[in-house]
Design a protein around this ligand. Structure first.
Ligand code: ARG
Length: 434
């Protein structure tokens, strides 16, 4: 590892084993963040120029060097590796190597503490918007199936026991709304963390009148995190909110994964997942396994685990603590897991075959009991009496017409009134607001 940015030229620094322990996975994780770090460095440098602490020439030279670094990172001519303590040190080392004196001026008025905050914040806001888009794509795929099978009957279950006739339309529309809810929370969370920590330095400000507002504006933030100690205190806490919003999407994906694995089993045989989403067994030639749906389901546990890590980390007194470095891995791992699994939802949904004949066959006479009790009480009998009467005669209940039952379910939101246009309008209005 090259000399750390904080080496002072006298006295010894920790040996390699100590340095590697402290750096941890940072240099690898920072590969995801360094682009945002470069963007924020550019804004910081322009801010210094505005208050007369860097000349126009220096600023121009630094901008060109940062562009070059970005290009080199893009095509692999520059790799963030364990020559550096972290991405921040790599940027500074590159600038000093290219520019000498001007490179050494860049860190005036900032600390790696606000540097890592701002890079993480920019990354997270973008990631949340991407997740919201994935969620809306999933909603659109569910909507297409809801429209195609709007009134196709399927059993409705509670406790996994047959309950009442329902429809594929209702089942799929539940995912449209679930994915919209998740997208809304992701969007709101991105707005909640859209605050600029840059210029708070190590957590106590600096003795220069930095143009914090201008820098924040250039970076696209809505507002400043005003208090430098509070800015530090958001580390981990804002990440936790991001993961928590991502978890909401993950739990919808998990439920879908559950439904699909259940309904793909021979006991139900309501759906057949596409070949591209199915695997075989190394020993049992007959197997057709829903691994994709299962792993989609499991991504919620990855995010949940990452949230647990953050909850343990956010337990420190005021001020920066190196513990907080570990929030980075949890954040990236959690968001990545949800992004990968949610991205596959449209393909899994559009590729599966629905066996509506099997669904219809699974609707047996007792499932019409509730309809019957409701009919009797609409006719004048008190509901509890109707309930008891139908309950006593369950065995005598005739097979009903599931299609008619579905078409008669007119309570708002139910099978006959799914309000798909309203849901579609919500999807598209969310898409516009991202
Ligand atoms: N890699 C460090 C982190 O993620 C950067 C900040 C280091 N700051 C410090 N005071 N040692 O927290």
């Amino acid at each position: 590892m090259s000399e750390p940015v904080w080496a002072k030229g006298a006295g010894s620094v920790p040996d390699n084993e100590m340095m590697r322990f402290m750096a941890g996975d940072d240099v690898v994780l920072d590969r995801e963040l360094i682009g945002y770090d470069i963007t924020a460095t550019l804004a910081h440098v322009r801010g210094l120029e505005r208050i007369g602490l860097l000349s126009g020439d220096e600023t121009g030279a630094i901008e060109r060097a940062l562009d070059e670094l970005r290009a080199r990172l893009g095509d692999g001519r520059f790799t963030l590796d364990d020559r550096y303590e972290d991405g921040h040190s790599a940027i500074e080392a590159f600038l000093v190597d290219r520019l000498g004196e001007a490179g050494k001026r860049v860190h005036l008025g900032r600390s790696r503490n606000d540097q890592v905050l701002v890079a993480t914040r920019l990354y997270t806001i973008e990631a949340l918007h991407r997740l919201a888009e994935r969620s809306l794509d999933a909603a659109r795929a569910a909507l297409a199936l809801a429209r195609k099978h709007e009134l196709d009957p399927m059993p409705g279950y509670t406790h996994l026991q047959r309950a009442v006739p329902s429809s594929v339309g209702l089942w799929m529309a539940s995912y449209v709304e679930g994915f919209c809810d998740a997208a809304e929370l992701l969007r709101l969370s991105a707005g909640w963390i859209n605050t600029c920590p840059l210029g708070t330095a190590a957590g106590y400000g600096v003795n220069i009148a930095l143009d914090r507002e201008g820098v924040a504006r250039e970076l696209g933030f809505d507002r400043l995190l005003i208090n430098p100690m509070h800015a530090q205190a958001t580390r981990g806490a804002h990440e936790l909110q991001a993961l928590s919003a991502a978890w909401q999407l993950a739990q919808v994906v998990r439920r879908l994964g559950w439904d699909l694995t259940l309904f793909a089993s021979a006991e139900f045989a309501f759906v057949t997942l596409a070949d591209e989403a199915s695997t075989g067994s190394s020993i049992m030639p007959n197997k057709r396994n829903p691994d994709v749906a299962e792993l989609m389901r499991a991504s919620a546990s990855v995010v949940g685990g990452a949230m647990g890590e953050l909850q343990q980390l956010v337990s420190l007194p005021s001020g920066y603590h190196r513990d907080l470095q570990l929030s980075k891995g949890a954040l990236l791992r959690g968001l990545r897991a949800v992004e990968r699994s949610s991205a596959l939802v449209p393909r899994v949904l559009s590729g599966m075959t629905l066996h509506t004949d099997r669904m219809l066959d699974a609707i047996d006479p007792p499932m019409f009991a509730t309809d019957r009790a409701v009919e009797l009480s609409v006719g004048g009998m008190a509901f509890r009496d109707a309930y008891k009467q139908v309950g006593r005669e369950l065995d005598a209940l005739a097979q009903g017409n599931a299609g008619a039952s579905v078409r008669a379910r007119v309570s708002p939101g139910a099978c006959a009134d799914l309000r798909l246009n309203e849901l579609e309008a919500w999807v598209e209005s969310l898409a516009e607001r991202l």
